[in-house]
Ligand binder design. Structure first.
Ligand SMILES: Cc1cc2nc3c(=O)[nH]c(=O)nc-3n(C[C@H](O)[C@H](O)[C@H](O)COP(=O)(O)OP(=O)(O)OC[C@H]3O[C@@H](n4cnc5c(N)ncnc54)[C@H](O)[C@@H]3O)c2cc1C
Length: 476
């Protein structure tokens, strides 16, 4: 096997998949290392338990005061979390990106505070590749909850998503799209780059550490050490190494590789979310629709409430039954049986809250992962307000009972945030690690402050921007 490349990319999700393919298309020799397996579209079945095992990272938890916990979900397969996500494709709000300069001193190439407009060409490119389109093909369950929003003076609008017109609305986005209509970096960027022969994709290849040389002129990345499915260790070299292992993994990998930086693993944002369910008299079949075809953006800005609601969605049966709760806590026994039995009559909303990056990930003395979450009063108020409004919407729509889940983080961001100030950031404005040349970050961990919408489009836009920068650098 080849052991020398122009570029090694670690992780094939939103960030890594885009960056590796963009570089391979431009005649660079790229090695893409992915710890998960490659599951082709034909293998995707709506088998919830198997998909949770095959396609997802084992669920992680961070304790909250009072014995509760936040659950973290992310993908572990080729395509990363884009293979199992719900494909909502939204640009960040201006206000989100305006927070970045304040947080880390981030500027653009002209030295001006980094702004949403700086991402514009990269968003456009990603939207073109993924053929982002509007989803106004709403099903009954959306119209049911829409009545509740309207009764409270709010409105649902169609989302944009990276789902093709061939979407048959199986509702199985989280188990991998069985028709391929749901786009991921696997069935778009990576699939399109592989035939060119410049992209070497190695699966079940877990990077243990990045090799950093103490070269004349300072530290620089020289390659990586990874372990294959048989447990064999390999060393591969490259001119540049890009880490895109996801917001919880990238900081740990950098720590294990000896990187020291006060901001590393800190300022992690959860974009805390929960599902809220209403039990209606009529069948809704919210599990057999494109899960998120509408959203309410009225409260998106911090000063308007700081939350976004998406509709209409319920979890798949196992996740539904194991997470459903009310004000007394998780449901048990006969109450749980009674609540779960009319599964087809539920409609739901996903409430996602603006947070202030108050979580962290670190390694303990034994080298094990530790995730800590310290929500402040403002974050807690927004979380409570989002739950209250969601319950009110469902009641106003005619729900007899309302239940909800605990807090989940599916949009984890930060931990290696980018900025001009090395004291407050891990990488510079081009994603290169402060103090280590040729070592870059290209995933959600870059994002200095959590964006108020689903973040994958922003992660992909940032990766496209980094790809452009690397190409210019390598050419020059
Ligand atoms: C259920 C769910 C639904 C979502 N829905 C949406 C949505 O509708 N719209 C949206 O915009 N966002 C959505 N998201 C979030 C979005 O998918 C993520 O924000 C995005 O994929 C993050 O990109 P990333 O590159 O940082 O990480 P990922 O996409 O998670 O990719 C990281 C990759 O690195 C691999 N990796 C990790 N460690 C190693 C290692 N040591 N060696 C080799 N490989 C490694 C992982 O296996 C993974 O494949 C959703 C997330 C979830 C969980």
């Amino acid at each position: 096997m080849k052991t020398d490349f122009d570029l090694i990319v670690i992780g094939s999700g939103a960030g890594g998949g885009v960056l590796a393919a963009e570089l391979a298309h431009s005649d660079c020799d790229v090695l893409l290392l992915e710890t998960g397996r490659h599951w082709p579209t034909e293998s995707f079945k709506r088998w919830e338990a198997k998909a949770s095992h095959d396609l997802f990272w084992p669920m992680r938890f961070a304790p909250l005061p009072g014995g509760d916990a936040v659950a973290f979900l992310s993908g572990r397969c080729v395509g990363g979390t884009t293979t199992v996500n719900t494909k909502v494709a939204l640009r960040a709000h201006e206000q989100d990106v305006a927070k970045w300069h304040a947080a880390t001193g981030l500027t653009n190439d002209d030295g001006a505070p980094f702004a949403l407009a700086d991402l514009d060409p990269y968003y456009r490119r990603v939207e073109d590749v993924l053929r982002v389109r509007e989803r106004s093909d709403w099903d009954k369950c959306i119209h049911t909850v829409q009545a509740g929003f309207r009764a409270l003076g709010a409105e649902l609008e169609p989302v944009h998503s990276y789902t093709g017109p061939e979407c048959e609305k199986y509702g199985s986005c989280l188990q991998g799209c069985p028709t391929g209509a749901g786009k991921s970096t696997m069935n778009t960027y990576i699939a399109q780059a592989l035939p060119g022969g410049r992209l070497d994709l190695r699966t079940q290849a877990t990077v243990r550490r990045i090799l950093i040389d103490d070269a004349p002129g300072g530290m620089r990345a020289a390659g990586v050490e990874y372990v294959d499915a048989a447990g064999a260790c390999h060393v591969v070299k490259a001119r540049r190494v890009v880490v895109a292992a996801g917001a919880l993994n990238t900081p740990q990998l950098l720590m294990r590789s000896g990187l020291r930086n006060a901001a590393l693993g800190r300022h992690v944002g959860l974009h805390p979310a929960r599902l809220v369910y209403g039990l209606f008299d009529e069948i809704q079949d919210s599990h057999r629709v494109y899960p998120i075809s509408a959203h309410c953006m009225q409260f998106q800005r911090d000063e308007d409430g700081g939350f976004v609601l998406e509709a209409s969605t319920v979890m798949d049966p196992i996740a539904f039954a194991t997470t459903i709760r009310d004000e007394h806590g998780p449901l048990w026994g006969q109450r749980l049986v009674d609540a779960v039995r009319p599964y087809r009559r539920y409609g739901g909303v996903l409430a996602m809250v603006n947070d202030e990056n108050n979580a962290s990930v670190r390694l303990d003395a034994q080298g094990a992962e530790r995730i800590e979450v310290n929500l402040n009063a403002r974050e807690q108020q927004r979380i409570d307000a989002a739950l209250r409004f969601s319950r009110d919407v469902l009641r106003a729509a005619g729900a007899r009972e309302v239940y909800w889940t605990g807090l989940i983080s599916t949009h984890t961001q930060g931990g290696c945030r980018m900025g001009d100030d090395p004291a407050r950031s891990v990488v510079d404005r081009h994603g290169q690690c402060h103090g280590v040349r040729d070592l870059y970050v290209a995933d959600a961990s870059l994002i200095p402050c959590t964006v108020s919408v689903n973040p994958s489009l922003t992660v992909m836009a940032l990766a496209t921007r980094l790809a452009e920068h690397l190409l210019t650098e390598m050419a020059g």
